[in-house]
Design a protein around this ligand. Structure first.
Ligand SMILES: [Zn+2]
Length: 245
């Protein structure tokens, strides 16, 4: 059985002498691992179309365990735009690894995760916003789609809203976000109110708030996003270590 789908290439690894196993986030079928035969030969008809970051239109043949890629056309070569900028490239790498981890089940359709990743990579290449904030916004939104939506306004434990114009003071990744004074648990962080507002703006994609934010608030927000992400994945993301936070 042949089928078509579009996908972002998340990662690849070698198989035998000339083949690769390609891990894809597809639009229709979620995460799929497929074989690309002969892709490591210089004469391969796939060229560089099955490298990480590439947005491809694919034809695949269903197999018993792994499907086989029979055709690949490039839709958007995101790696071309990212490869020239170290910060954007490393942030993009974290996005691919996060998508790979958050869409853990094979063939579990996740159109929202696919669209978020395409949108995030497009924003990373466009360069209209700083790479660290494109990454943070993507991470908060992909965690939300995966069922780990953080709360930056009401208390994550009791649901109380802060008083008008204020924010709750305590942040704890294990509790799901901000906590009121009553629900506060030991070991919670106490970010600046501006940082809490910034986190809400990153989650909402409110760039009018994010773009002019102060460096110290951006840095504090990035630290809290990393802590939140690390809590929700069993172990920290390898690639996150290379991003300046
Ligand atoms: Zn509370």
């Amino acid at each position: 059985m042949l089928y078509r789908d579009e996908a972002i290439v998340l990662r690849t690894h070698k198989l035998g002498e000339a083949d690769r196993i390609v891990t894809l986030l597809t639009r229709q079928r979620g995460r799929v691992r497929a074989v690309a035969k002969g892709v490591r030969r210089t004469t391969s008809r796939f060229g560089s179309r099955l490298e990480p970051f590439t947005h491809v239109d694919l034809q695949l043949a269903e197999g018993r365990s792994l499907d086989t890629i029979t055709q690949a056309e490039t839709l958007t070569p995101f790696s071309k735009g990212l490869g020239l900028d170290y910060d954007r490239y490393t942030a993009g790498t974290v996005m691919l690894e996060t998508a790979d981890r958050l869409v853990a089940e094979e063939r579990e359709p996740s159109v929202q995760q696919f669209l978020l990743l395409v949108g995030g990579l497009r924003a990373m290449v466009a360069g209209e916003h700083a790479p660290g904030q494109v990454l943070d916004s993507y991470l908060l939104r992909s965690l939300s789609v995966a069922g780990y939506a953080p709360s930056f306004d009401h208390c994550a434990r009791c649901g109380t809203l802060p008083s008008e114009g204020a924010t709750h003071r305590w942040f704890n990744p294990s509790m799901g976000g901000m906590l009121c004074a009553t629900c506060r648990v030991p070991g919670s962080a106490s970010p600046a109110p501006e940082t809490v507002a910034l986190l809400g703006a990153l989650l909402a994609g409110d760039w009018a708030v994010v773009d002019p934010a102060l460096a110290r608030n951006l840095k504090e927000a990035s630290t809290l996003v990393s802590a939140y992400l690390a809590w929700h994945l069993e172990r920290g993301l390898k690639s996150l270590a290379y991003v300046e936070r």
